[in-house]
Design a protein around this ligand. Structure first.
Ligand SMILES: [Zn+2]
Length: 571
């Protein structure tokens, strides 16, 4: 491993020692100038000024290890390159640690590789891509692009005159998460339900928020005026929300905050109400994503407060050392983040909704930690998702309420070879074909296996939990009048000859003995298709199909605009 200095949050975030920098611990690799490693290539190319800058050489020791002068960091292009590389690597490593395997990118990898039907291994990062208050992941550009814009801070202040989005932990973590999620679940950017459109945004924010707790100095800085020990009244979930989350937000540079930071933390303040989930206001994707953030973050705060209770003595009146409060927060955040990451493996590869994701969260945790009684992570999640109107999927034979259940119909393993099944898409497809009736998979749709993954995690008793995840995707082209034959209802008013393309799919989870534990999702003929078509029809998707394929760039721009309306600012 090696250590690299990056900003804990952004250049405006400081404590008594000055700007909060942290050293991230990432795998050492043989870098080319850029830095350019096996997973990321930092390309300092500015489209607005048509400039290609000198690449940074990051092979030596950490050149910014002892720098406390924030201006020196903000002024150094080399530091910017190190900051994006270090933070993006840390983000990727966090996913790989959670999943117990490498994470692929969903990028074509240039014209040569495209011709060879390959996938790129190296994601590009452009720290100064354009002069605009935006940053986004782009599959087409095979990378993550960060913008910069003039600061509106009063002249004469110590702050830099330019705001760089590549210096914000939240923005880098959020954008890298889009890339990771797109690699694991490339179909989540397809037009589908309101939830699927919102999931990318909400999930990226959950990661950015929870990963802020990874370094104790960052969390500690959120309690700026607190003495060494914290009284019990400040240790409730409600107080922690005000101090740790809102405290962090207030410290963040207001200008960066208006792109991503403010809505990020204000989502935690959405008053719980089960009607929000079905309200018109929360149908809009990033607004809807905030519901996911609110549910996960409030559950995290509940667990954090619960972890602090035994430390307040039997009377519950003892103060707790600040360092200990921070440590318990870091431990709770780490556990919730692991659940959030592992849940992706138990989520359907197409047409995800928030009910699916909650069920996947509970299942992922249950598989490694069957006993939830100590800190009640799953209980807190069920409770808080419920407060925002999101219940787990109702399954009949779940090992625990709220988790996925084992398949009900007996399956045939006779003609399958388990060893091949753990890595070979053709063998996986063979298994699906043999069992299509028992699995309820429609046979006449184009069906393929995009990924077969093995994952090894450590159980609570110290043993390895080995699982194989087989994804399958189905695509079916038909006209609206043919929907009935696969049990799907056409939306009211849709012409009978309307041409449609249906997507379906699922993930099969096998245990270490090669037996199917869970079948999550379903083929093109699921009940969900009716809802998905309703939603797309209501949004006018079929009337102007091309325009509605929103890209992250537009989503983020829309989000920045939505904020400025409230703040009466214009970019
Ligand atoms: Zn985003």
């Amino acid at each position: 491993m090696r250590r690299l200095t990056v900003l804990g949050q952004d250049p405006g975030f400081s404590d008594r020692r000055g700007v909060v920098t942290v050293q991230v611990e990432i795998p050492r690799e043989r870098l080319a100038p850029g830095p350019h490693g096996a997973r990321f290539h930092v390309v300092d190319c500015d489209a607005s000024t048509q400039t290609l800058y000198e690449p940074a050489n990051a092979n030596g020791e950490d050149p910014f290890a002892d720098v406390t002068d924030v201006q020196r960091l903000v002024d150094s292009r080399l530091f910017h390159a190190q900051n994006v590389y270090g933070t993006a690597m840390e983000t990727l490593c966090r996913y790989e640690r959670g999943l117990g395997r490498r994470v692929p990118w969903s990028i074509p990898g240039g014209s040569l590789e495209r011709a060879a039907n390959g996938r790129g291994h190296v994601l590009k990062i452009a720290p100064h891509a354009f002069s605009e208050a935006n940053a986004y992941y782009s599959r087409r550009d095979e990378g993550v692009l960060f913008g910069y814009f003039p600061s509106r801070a009063a002249s004469g202040s110590k702050r830099s005159q330019t705001v760089f989005t590549c210096l914000s932990h939240d923005v880098i973590a959020h954008e890298t998460t889009h890339a990771v999620l797109d690699g694991l679940r490339p179909r989540y950017t397809d037009p589908s339900s309101d939830d699927q459109a919102a999931f990318h945004e909400g999930f990226a924010d959950v990661f950015a928020l929870l990963s802020a707790f990874r370094h104790t100095r960052v969390v500690s800085a959120a309690f700026p005026d607190t003495p060494r020990s914290i009284p019990p009244r400040a240790l409730t979930a409600e107080s922690l929300r005000r101090s740790a989350l809102t405290g962090l937000a207030e410290q963040l540079g207001a200008e960066l905050g208006s792109i991503r930071g403010d809505p990020l933390r204000s989502s935690v303040q959405i008053q719980p109400s089960a009607t929000l989930y079905t309200s018109a206001e929360y149908m809009e994707p990033h607004k809807r994503g905030e519901l996911l953030v609110a549910a996960v973050m409030n559950a995290f705060l509940a667990v954090w407060a619960k972890r602090l209770r035994p430390l307040q003595g039997e009377s519950g009146k003892q103060s707790v050392a600040r360092a200990r409060v921070v440590e318990e927060g870091a431990a709770a955040a780490d556990h919730v983040l692991t659940m959030a990451i592992r849940a992706l493996d138990y989520a359907p590869p197409v047409n995800i909704d928030f009910h699916d994701y909650l069920t996947a969260l509970l299942t992922a945790d249950h598989e490694c930690y069957p006993d939830d009684s100590k800190y009640a992570y799953r209980q807190a999640l069920v409770e808080w998702f419920g407060k925002y109107g999101i219940e787990p999927v109702r399954e009949h034979h779940s090992p625990e309420p709220g988790t996925w259940s084992a398949p009900e119909r007996p399956l045939s393993y006779r003609r399958s070879h388990f060893h091949s099944l753990t890595h070979d898409p053709d063998e996986a497809f063979h298994f699906i074909w043999e069992n299509r009736e028992a699995l309820g998979i429609y046979p006449d749709a184009f069906t393929y296996v995009p990924a077969v993954n093995r994952s090894v995690k450590v159980d609570v008793d110290g043993f390895a939990v080995q699982e194989t995840f087989i994804q399958y995707v189905q695509i079916l082209g038909l006209e609206a009048r043919e929907l009935r034959k696969i049990g799907v209802r056409a939306p009211n008013g849709m012409p009978r000859t309307q041409a449609l393309t249906l997507h379906g799919g699922g993930v099969l989870v096998f245990d270490e003995f090669g037996r199917l534990k869970f079948h999550v999702g379903s083929g093109v003929n699921s009940r969900k298709q009716t809802d998905r078509l309703e939603s797309l029809w209501a949004h006018g998707f079929f009337r102007h199909e091309r325009q509605t394929q929103r890209r992250f760039a537009e989503l983020h721009r829309a989000r920045a605009m939505a904020n400025t309306r409230f703040r009466e600012e214009r970019w």
